[in-house]
Design a protein around this ligand. Structure first.
Ligand code: HEM
Length: 444
């Protein structure tokens, strides 16, 4: 009788006992500590944090299995809902399978090249006006300035509604509270409406009221902003969003776009402050293209290399979760049904077997002759992979190019020798000190 290969039984996943201790260390030292965890517990380990068992997987193969998800084992909605569900219900990332595809097809209309050209046209003059005032800021902290700028741009480009200063402040405040609530340690409302959770729920109501009130006018009059585009988006079969869909997607999009773009620009500003050589190279490229159109800006190749390298070194979404819809295995390890599985780009982006000298800022590694990111299709994953891959990836690129073109052609900035930006991963990576810089106007 021929030998029949009996598959080896799946291995049980192990991990450190005190998950919270490791989570806190990961917040402070994401790269060093995830490397330590991987070395000590292997490519798949588990951590128990806030009553939830999380299975952490490393490396491009595991990333591809979970996020490209060809067997449709892993769901995004229930995993993300666990963290942000009450504040961002029915956002695109919280939908799955057929329903997700249906919504994504409609939303895609608001992210095509023509729509991106229009967003670019809206934001250019606004960026120029805002940055003109940066020369007068005493003790500039670039992260804070970039965060204010992206929040302001969101109201112009996303919402496109004329607001009084008081309304602006109210919407901004609600939006910040909704985002903060998603990472609250106490994950339920406290009596008296105190605490981030209750404030997040109140903020959600404020945002819903605001968007529902503004919606009829947007439906009637249209416009070039993202809100108007969503009101009028239709897929090839003519399907469109209901009013509730538009409101849910708008609130989610504001969240998905804002901190991620701020983190990207902060990381780029930090790297360029430390590498005056790259700063000058990007400046010369920008000076050679004064007043670039959307299409011209795509030719800023040095800036593009810097953006990629900054996203590699400091991925704005530090951990991406999924839920196993049935029992499965990853790399021979048993993953039970209902388990939350996460992967951190911080692990993939620092693997010595993929990246040469991984901790070094070296934008040329993305140039066509080296193309280290092409070693594996999920080696470089700041925007995720598979059907949920970031729909705003090109939108973010447009905004980053527009801001840095303005910044590089009007300012030079630097940090003292030896300065290292202290990162905290409370939710998305933030510089604990706001990135203080010396900022000089070039034409002063
Ligand atoms: C550099 C900035 C950005 C980064 C690094 C980033 C990162 C990501 C990542 C990692 C995902 C995948 C999450 C998952 O698989 O669970 C994602 C999804 C998403 N992002 Fe972004 N994002 C950025 C900017 C934006 C912008 C500007 C927008 C909107 C204008 C946006 C809208 C979305 C949406 C709607 C999804 C969900 C897509 C889906 O589920 O089909 N993002 N983003």
């Amino acid at each position: 009788m021929a030998d029949v290969a009996i598959p080896a039984p799946a291995r049980e996943v192990t991990g450190p006992a005190l998950g919270l201790v490791h989570l806190l260390r990961l917040r402070r030292e994401p790269v060093a500590h995830s490397t330590w965890l991987r070395e000590n517990y292997g490519d798949v380990y588990r951590m128990h944090v806030f009553g939830t068992e999380m299975y952490v997987v490393s490396g491009p193969d595991a990333f591809e299995q979970v996020f490209v998800n060809r067997d449709k084992v892993f769901a995004s909605g229930p995993a993300w809902s666990h963290f942000i569900g009450p504040f961002f219900p029915r956002g695109l990332m919280l939908l799955d399978f057929e329903e997700h595809l249906h919504h994504r097809r409609i939303m895609q209309q608001a992210f095509g090249a023509d729509a991106l050209r229009r967003y670019h046209a809206i934001e250019r003059p606004h960026i120029a006006r805002r940055l003109a005032g940066w020369g007068n800021v005493s003790q500039p902290r670039l992260q804070r300035m970039l965060k204010d700028l992206t929040l302001d741009l969101a109201l112009e480009v996303f919402v496109g509604v004329d607001l009084t200063d008081a309304e602006r402040a109210r919407i901004n405040k609600a939006f910040i509270a909704a985002v903060r609530a998603g990472t609250s340690i106490v994950r339920r409302p406290l009596p008296g409406g105190i605490g981030p959770w209750s404030q997040g729920l109140a903020a959600r109501r404020t945002l819903e009221e605001f968007f529902f009130a503004a919606l009829p006018d947007k439906r009637r009059h249209g416009g070039d902003d993202l809100f108007a585009q969503l009101c009028h988006a239709r897929d090839d079969e003519g399907n469109e969003f209901t009013d509730a869909d538009v409101v849910n997607h708008m609130i989610f999009l504001l969240m998905a776009a804002h901190d991620t773009t701020t983190t990207t620009m902060t990381s780029m500003a930090y790297q360029l402050a430390r590498s005056q050589e790259w700063q000058q190279r990007c400046r010369e490229e920008c000076l050679a293209l004064p007043d670039p159109s959307y299409d011209d800006a795509l030719g800023l190749t040095a800036l593009d290399l810097v953006m990629k390298e900054s996203l590699r070194l400091c991925a704005p979404v530090p951990s991406i979760p999924r839920m196993a819809t049935r029992e499965t295995t990853i790399d021979g390890y048993r993953i039970p049904a209902g388990a939350i599985v996460t992967n951190s780009p911080y692990q993939n982006h620092y693997l010595a077997e993929v990246w040469r000298d991984p901790t070094r800022f070296d934008p040329e590694r993305f140039a066509p002759d080296r193309a280290e990111d092409k070693v594996h299709r999920t080696a470089f994953v700041p925007f995720g992979a598979g059907v949920h891959k970031c729909i705003g990836m090109y939108f973010a690129g447009v905004q980053v190019r527009a801001v840095f073109h303005e910044l590089l052609t009007h300012y030079r900035w630097s940090v003292p020798d030896g300065y290292e930006m202290p990162i905290d991963l409370v939710a998305l990576p933030v510089a604990r000190d706001g990135l203080p810089v010396r900022l000089e106007r070039l034409d002063a």
